[in-house]
Design a protein around this ligand. Sequence first.
Ligand SMILES: [Zn+2]
Length: 421
Amino acid sequence: MRADDLPLGELSDLDQTALDALAKRQDAMLARTIGWSKINTGSWNAEGLNKFAPMLAEAFGETEATVELIKTKPIEKVDGKGVMQGFQSGPVLRATARPDAPNQIVMTGHYDTVFPDGTFMDVTDLGGGKFNGPGLCDMKGGICVMLEALKAVEAGPLKDQIGYRVILSPDEETGNHASNDVIMDAARKAHIGLTFEPCMEDGSFSGARKGSAVWDVIFQGRSAHAGREPEKGRSALMAASEFALKIEALTDVREGTTFNIGSIDGGDAVNVVPALCVVRLGARAPDAPSADWAQGEVDRILADVLKRDGITAHTHGGFYRPPKPRNAAQDKLFGDVAETAKALGIEINFKDTGGVCEGNNVFAAGTPNIDTLGVRGGRIHSAEEFMMADSLSERAGLATLILHRIADGRIDAKAIKALMP
Ligand SMILES: [Zn+2]
C-alpha cells in the first residue's frame, strides 16, 4: 500500500524508520535540553539571552535551513513611577528552509523563561524519568522536539514537499512585543502553524485560547499640601481608584470576558495630595468582538474618570494576544492531529483555556495552528517545573508524523488554511 493511501492513524515504513532514528536520539535530546536549561534566559536577562541565542543557532545548523539571528527592536515598559524604560532583548532566531515548497509551515517557540537570573537555576533528576529544571518544560524541551522532528523529516524523501520557517523568540513570557513582527511575517507565509509549548498537565492540548490584553494607565493630577491648601490638589490616586472599581465591575458583564486590576502604584506621604498613580490591568476575551468590546469599555470608563477636574491620563497597551477561538479550520486540524497521534497510541483531547501563547498571534495572521506540541510535564512558571524525559522523543515522533502527513497531502495544509474566515 502506498503511504499516501494509509489512514492517518497508521504507521508507514517511512514513519517507522523516522521513529526508530528518534528513539536513538532520546539520550542526546535529554542531555541537550538539560544543558540548555542550565543557561539562564529570564525574559529580562539580556546577557543570558544573547549568550544562549548563538547556541540555538548552532543547533539549528543541523537542519537544512538558513539560520539567522535577527536583532529585535527595543521595547518600552512603564515603571512604577510612570516613566518609560527602554529594554533591548535578545535576537529572534529565524531558520528558513525550502520557501518555495508546496506546503509551508511556521514553527514557533520561545527561548526565554519566567525565571530571573539567580533564582531557579538547577536541574534535578527526580527519578522515574522526571526532571526538575527552569524552562525544561516551558519550553526548551519543546525547542529540542521541534529540531529533532525537522532533522527526522529531512532525512527522508518527503522533505521537498515541505518548507518551513522556525521562529524562536526571546520574549514570549512578556508578550512578544519585540519579536511579534518577525512571527507575524512568517505566519502569514505559512499554511499551518505548529508551536511547541508543553501540553497541559493532564496531557490535553489547548483548543480555543482567549485573547489577552495588558494596559498601563498613568494618571496625573496635581500635588498640594493636604493640610494647608488641599483645594489646590487633584488626587491621581482617587481618579485611579474610581477607574479600578468601575473596571472590576465589568467582569462577566459579557460572558467569558474578564478584567483584573493587577497593581496600583501611587501616593507618598499622608499630607500630600498624590499627583501620580499608575494602574496596571489585564483582560481576557474569548473572541474578536469581545476583545473590541473590552477595549471600548476601558476607553469609555477612562473618559468618564477624566471628567474629574485637573486629571489627565496616558494609556499604554491593549490586546497583545488576539483571541484564538475554535473554527472550521482549527477543528479540522485538531481532528487530523488527533488521528495522527493514534498511530503512536496517544489519545489527544483538546481543552479550551484562558491561557495565551504565540499560537494566538499565528492565528491572528490568518494561519490555523496547533500550539501544544512540546513535551509533557507540569508546574510550569514555578520552581517545581518538571519534564517527563521520554516525552522528548515521543513528541518529536508525533511532530514528524504530522509533517510527513502534511508533506504527502494526507493532512491538506492548503485546504485547512482555506477554511479560515
Ligand atoms: Zn511557554
